[in-house]
Design a protein around this ligand. Structure first.
Ligand code: SAM
Length: 497
């Protein structure tokens, strides 16, 4: 007996999860259990499988070509005759009907691209592939590293810029301008060039990019992250001479992008870069200096350190022309570069961020001048952090107008419309903490806040549910599988009065 007891104790000591449970460290036990069970990957997929239109279309494993929710559609044959579309539909392996018939036959998704079987998200997906068929393209994109993207700055340095373009041209097998914007360069499909592999794959290209960045000629910025500033410029709110507030600004990619616009055409606008985190704000200050952008321009940035939801009104009484509201979020759109998000994924992260995101957006709406615009963005595709926030902020306030996403902004760039209906999920992990099996249970979905409260979901709040009062289709969703990007959400809101 004593021998057996010792053996059991030894086994427990070797098992960090058992040790954490025995020592009463609930937090560590829960984190270890999540990592061991792979629960986060399964919960993530089961959540998005219940949200049609959020990351893919219902019954459509390939997404592209399905009318109804594509805002910008160049890849799906815009301008083609019906007959040409029909011909293309039969040829195109991305054809919606091919996927549907495969699904109906019970064959699972058509074999489109090899999935990386070693990726834990793919493993979770394969365990229920028949149920989650339509998520396949989404999963496939998320399991690959994010391509490297750079943005050539709009600077008055034609000669140096031409030189840079020439140097980049020497690496044209690895990187090149995207079809919808010649100033955005992305690594070529299939060459596996990403931020972390750049130095290994091509030290020469790395040198060109680093020196171009130090000279202020280019920015290493993700494509998705460029969209709010591009859209604000497109609708005319962000322009030369404008006064801009970037409420959650660090690490500063949008601050610098906006600065280029407000200081163009020999005009000198102003950007206030705010962040609640003092050390992140300090890194931003250094990044602005390191950016290589002219001091004359960077002097136009003022740094502030407030909670964005309580950002003070300007003493002058003059409100902002334009506000960038790139709020803190769960980051599920960044999982191609951040491996730490999915293993711990539960709906509680988004549910608990939602009230802060809403407070920040509401404050932005108070601080923008009549005729000015606010961009609300997240690098999450979870409707709870996206449409749900926009819907709650605008539902009973007719001073603001949600603008239609400008589909002509980047010709040929595929964007998806916002969704008007979503489900609110909860997950009670405590009951699984003593369980060594891989049975991590299920998400609970409720129709209303009242029902959630009746079932003891203390993390619920009323604004998580759709209001039905705002034309949310006008928002923009960026699906990773459309253009090999991260996931992103943007809404542009104009103050009418
Ligand atoms: C998604 S990041 C912003 C990225 C940035 N806009 C860019 O493009 O580089 C969110 C930022 O919000 C900051 N933040 C979190 N809570 C905040 C709050 N209550 N008020 C202001 N900033 C906040 C975080 O420190 C973080 O730097």
């Amino acid at each position: 007996m004593a021998k057996q007891g010792r053996a059991r104790k030894q086994k427990r000591d070797d098992n960090p999860l058992s040790s954490a449970r025995l020592s009463g460290d609930k937090c560590k036990a829960s984190s270890l259990w999540f990592r061991k069970s792979g629960a986060g990957y399964h919960l993530f997929l089961s959540f998005f499988a219940e949200q049609p239109g959020a990351v893919c279309n219902e019954g459509d494993p390939q997404q592209v070509g399905n009318d109804g929710d594509v805002a910008s559609v160049a890849r799906k044959g815009k301008g083609m005759s019906r007959a040409a579309k029909r011909r293309r539909k039969h040829k195109d392996p991305c054809n919606v009907d091919v996927g549907r018939s495969a699904h109906e036959d019970g064959q699972g998704a058509p074999d489109m691209t090899e999935l990386d079987q070693s990726h834990p998200l793919v493993q979770a997906f394969e365990s229920k592939a028949n149920e989650w068929t339509r998520l396949r393209g989404f999963v496939e994109a998320l399991s690959r590293p994010l391509p490297l993207t750079i943005r050539l700055r709009d600077v008055d340095a034609t000669e140096r810029m031409n030189e840079l373009k020439q140097k980049l041209g020497d690496f044209s097998q690895l990187i090149g301008p995207v079809q919808y914007d010649k100033s955005i360069y992305q690594s070529r499909p299939g060459c596996s060039l990403c931020k972390s592999s750049l130095g290994k794959i091509s030290p020469g290209l790395k040198e060109v990019i680093v020196s171009g960045s130090m000279d202020g000629l280019l920015a290493r910025q993700e494509l998705a992250s460029m969209l709010p500033v591009l859209a604000l410029s497109h609708v005319g709110a962000l322009k030369a001479g404008a006064k801009v507030l970037d409420l959650c600004s660090s690490p500063g990619s949008k601050t610098l992008q906006a600065l280029e616009v407000v200081c163009s055409s020999n005009r000198r606008g102003k950007v206030i870069a705010n962040d609640i985190n003092a050390s992140r704000l300090e890194s931003l200050r250094e990044a602005v200096i390191r950016s290589g952008v002219d001091e004359e321009l960077t002097d136009r940035v003022t740094f502030t350190n407030f909670d964005a939801s309580e950002f003070p009104s300007p003493k002058s009484g003059k409100l902002f022309d334009c506000i960038i509201c790139d709020v803190p979020c769960s980051g599920d759109g960044t999982i191609r570069k951040d491996k730490h998000i999915l293993p711990m994924w539960t709906p509680a992260t988004s549910n608990s961020l939602h009230p802060l995101q809403l407070d920040i957006l509401r404050r932005a709406l108070e601080l923008v001048r009549v005729g000015g615009s606010v961009s609300y963005s997240t690098c999450s595709l979870n409707p709870i952090e996206d449409e749900s926030v926009v819907s709650a902020a605008l539902a009973n306030d007719d001073r603001y107008e949600l603008l239609d996403w400008p589909s002509e902004l980047l010709p040929g760039f595929v964007t998806r419309r916002g969704i008007s209906d979503w489900k609110v999920a909860f997950y009670n992990k405590d009951s699984f903490e003593g369980d060594d099996s891989d049975d991590f249970g299920q998400l609970s979905f409720y129709d209303s806040h009242i029902k959630a409260m009746e079932n003891g979901e203390t993390g619920s709040c009323e604004t998580l549910w759709p209001t039905g009062k705002v034309p949310l289709k006008r928002c923009m969703r960026l699906w990773p599988q459309d253009q090999d990007t991260g996931g992103f959400f943007v809404a542009i809101i104009r103050r009418k009065r």
